[in-house]
Design a protein around this ligand. Sequence first.
Ligand code: GAP
Length: 437
Amino acid sequence: MSEVQATTTMEKIVSLAKRRGFIFQSSEIYGGLNSCWDYGPLGVELKNNVKRAWWRKVVQERDDMVGLDASILMHPRVWEASGHVAGFTDPLVDCKVCKQRFRADHIEGDRCPACGGELTEARQFNLMFKTFMGPVEDSAAVVFMRPETAQGIFVNFNNVLTTTRMKLPFGVAQIGKSFRNEITPGNFTFRTREFEQMEIEYFVKPGTDEEIHRQWIEQRFQWYIDLGISKERLRLREHAKDELAHYAKGCYDIEYYFPMGWSELEGIANRTDFDLKRHSEFSGQRLDYFDQESNEHYVPYVIEPSAGADRGTLAFLLDAYHEEPDKDEVRVVLKLHRALAPYKVAILPLSKKEPLVNMAKGIEKELRKYWMVDYDDSKAIGRRYRRQDEIGTPYCVTVDFQSLEDQAVTVRDRDTMEQERVPVAELSKYLWEKLAW
Ligand code: GAP
């Protein structure tokens, strides 16, 4: 038995996510579409904040990284070169009795985990979604929905080099949707057929790859901790040789202790020169690097930290979840890092009448220039605090009758619940300091 504890159950997070507008089932009014999810008003803020924090760390704060946004549909030859047409498969088995399907490598023994029935022989199932480009649905028009964003970076290697004058080692970062026809999606947004990835291809001189691989593993692990994930629920796991993807020389997963146990959050692989060499071979274009120092041409190796934006968002949501005793009740509070919280501030006027509303609306307007702000004037103040705690708003600003006289408001801290009186004229500056990250 693992001593690590999950913060809560998946059921509680699914229920909170729906009730408060983080995540809804896709096409719900039609009965839903299996394993597809929609981010609601709070969810889109949270996920955007996760992506923003990632981009800031790996692009904005570094002089050796640039960004890219490649198209989802790519030339079909890309997927032949990358090895996905031949090798991006999972072993699929069917139960001869109940007809359920499973990934052969996800079940123990040789009987159906649902009914104990006999299983078919495993057959390889390609995970790429196909579609057709143009009006004719024939094999010549088949294109794939990308199963990873990475290939958009490899095929743009020369474009990035010539337009940016980057020197090795350097990397390209990209955030975007990927699609995989997973045999067994599930666990809420953990494994879905449409998901978003945050990927880096970091090009290095061969021979320096192992050291740089180690550095990226450390930095990526630390990123989750810096953004509030508890160290106890994170671990590194090295891939065994027989688990490695067809392109990888070595790979480590950053795993999080989800309610269903330890599961992959991000993979950090050493992809060697596999992709650039294959694209060079298949396209006939030279994809290498001229090293001015050593006066030689070579194909760089690639270190690839590949994270899931949806899995990351789910992990941040789960890890932030706290239940605390509060008199006879339970206070549910999302202790989200301030960088990730959907709303940074809530304005809570103690009355719905003028002139208090006027003052509260003025404060709201001012703060909205800088942050996502919620305005809540319904029900008792205690209830309103609880509502903001449950969605992770770090600061509540209460405008009371005293405010009209002293031009000051009460700012309440979500985690400590301490309150401080702050002059309205200094409120933006006060919050800037508190919310900086
Ligand atoms: N380019 C390398 C690559 O795609 P991967 O381990 O297959 O590697 C990287 O995927 C990350 O993408 C995973 O760690 C996970 O966070 C996310 N991911 C992969 N498949 C997913 C799925 N079906 N649903 C949600 N996220 C997924």
